[in-house]
Design a protein. Structure first.
Length: 195
């Protein structure tokens, strides 16, 4: 708890009005890879509490930002929030209705499972969420669209990376400075759908 309260990114998020320190991870990756642009259509999977949505809404003026999550989320100005499981057909159909036939420029996923404390089970659930997000991205992105996903290194990581490499022309690894050093999290960025 003390580490969290003294964390410079937590303090900065509180001072600047972001809901979580994760906002700075997306900002750093965006500054390097130029993911967010005015007019873009962006989907944030597992969006709660909403810090990535806040960044996307700020940087995609004139575009559309959709947020999907099982959890409830306080509204974010300029963000269309849909509560539910994005892999559920009913939720997916409602999302597609709201999308109104548009293709998506960027799919974001900062999802992580609820931690049980059993490392192998937690890692397996994390990879499963990544696979669901990849499937979603492959179905909804424009041909030149991009997919940014949080992945924990460990069992299944290399297999998931290879799955991304089959879907995208380029896949890059990003470890933003706002990620804690001891965390095994990295972000994989896929660009340009194959086929």
């Amino acid at each position: 708890m003390r580490e969290h309260l003294t964390d410079p990114y937590v303090r900065r998020a509180n001072a600047e009005g972001y809901r979580a320190r994760a906002a700075y991870k997306l900002m750093e990756i965006d500054e390097r890879d130029r993911l967010l642009r005015p007019g873009a259509v962006v989907v944030d999977l597992g969006a709660a509490p909403g810090s990535w949505c806040q960044v996307a809404a700020e940087r995609c003026a004139g575009g559309r930002v959709f947020a999907l999550d099982l959890l409830s989320m306080e509204p974010v100005a300029g963000v269309d929030f849909l509560q539910g499981d994005f892999s559920d057909e009913t939720v997916l159909a409602e999302f597609e209705r709201r999308l109104e036939g548009q293709r998506v420029d960027l799919v974001l996923s900062d999802m992580a499972p609820n931690i049980s404390g059993v490392a192998t089970a937690d890692q397996a659930r994390s990879i499963m969420l990544c696979e669901l997000a990849l499937d979603f991205a492959a179905k909804h992105l424009r041909s030149d669209g991009k997919f940014l996903v949080k992945v924990f290194q460990g069992e299944g990581f290399m297999e998931f990376r290879r799955a991304m490499e089959r879907c995208f022309q380029t896949v890059r690894v990003r470890k933003p400075g706002a990620s804690r050093d001891r965390s095994t999290e990295v972000y994989l960025l896929g660009e340009g759908l194959c086929g």
